[in-house]
Write a protein that binds this ligand. Sequence first.
Ligand SMILES: [Zn+2]
Length: 494
Amino acid sequence: MNLKKIILLFALIQGSVVNSFSQDVCGTSLETQESLVSQPNVLRQRNSTVYVPLRMHMVADNEGNGLPNISKLLDQMTRLNQDYLGTGIQFYMAGNGFFNLIKDINVYEDPSVNVQDILGYKSSTALNVFVTKNTYESSNDGGRILGYYTGLGADHIVMLNSQLSNTNNTLSHEVGHFFNLRHTFFGWEREPYSAATHGNPLSIRIAPQSSIPVELMDKSNCSTAADQVCDTPPDFNFGFNANGCNFTQQIRDPNNELVVTQKENQMSYFNNCAKYLFTEGQNTRMNNSLQSASRSYIRLPYIPTTTPITQLPSFIDLAAVVPTYNNVFIQWTPVEGATNYLVEFTDGRSYRYAIQNGSSIRARDLEANKTYFVRVRAFNEYFTDTRTLFGTFKTGNILSSVINNENDRFSIDLLGNPINKQSEFIQFNINSTMSFPAALKLYDMNGRLIHIESTNIESGSSLFRIPATNLNTGLHILAIESEYGITTKKILIN
Ligand SMILES: [Zn+2]
């Protein structure tokens, strides 16, 4: 098995094609940055690391196409937490299933127009990030917009799905805006510095097409000019026209002092720097933002699992050929610290993923006579900096008959059916021959999911209760989903 080939195959099936534009920019507008509240640059409190809940919304088209590999989401979390290590702020994947999969062509294609759609998807107890195909075209900023923060009104971040990775700082930059940081070159967004227009030494004291004072090297106006952070040196948007993380021009400020800029600042526009940083002043401003009233919704008492994962799982008896293509059982060794495993399959064209909390999967929807590549990655809600286990197998053409319903492992006995609309609970017994994790789901007659919970079905007979308040009358479907398939039961509410 050629490892490089497998990695390439997973990369190829990613939804989006990256077009190259003249310059990559951030779409967080001047107005949004201006509206960021001026705050005292004195740290109010910073005792220990604060873990911020992050709700990642992975947006695909209506058919589910265009979704990046979920592995890239783990890469992105890794990068974000690395970039924020020195700030005292760390992030974990909050909410059901670690991320929210949205199939909505409107949000996928243009999240700036479809703000109402977006607001409906947001979590009220997390920093919301929408990963979409497009951002929007800006007439002002002259480039491809990689991401933007909306400002306190809508209060969410949008980023291009092509940016989801551990190799760029797009999300780290936008999260900086979320936490009240402006660009280090604030005021120069619409017209980056050029010697021909603005002179050298600089002949203007107000940034072009703005009312923002030009920041001076002597720090005399550092608390009111540009980003209002005194330990970030002047930047006249030098990054916009720079080739990567290089800047060799000798530019002098209006006082004829040589400008020593900070290319590797997270809030600059320099691309491809080996490492980016936030200054102490920026850290203070971000932590003050996090402790402010407008951010109380992400200061939760919850402490996430942060156990580091150092081991790589290995497959247990991964067969070269699996005769029953619709019943492929794959097992690996569990590793310490992992609460979940991301399992991904591709045949080079299609992509399937599952997040398991045990160390095995039974794939039911693979095709016959195909070579599949499988990869498994251990993680928990915070620790995602893990390596990936790769494998390959071929499916046969035998259709396994054991699939849905008539599951011989367990049976469901409803207590009362039909169920009165006034009942507090839907109650049922599960009689099982074995113990296994499962999801209990309740759907209404339109296929709308009204209740979901994960549980462990124990061997023997166990009583389960699902809240029945606010149900509509009519037919409902109770589904027990596990690695052994889906078992359903009709329930009538009247
Ligand atoms: Zn920006």
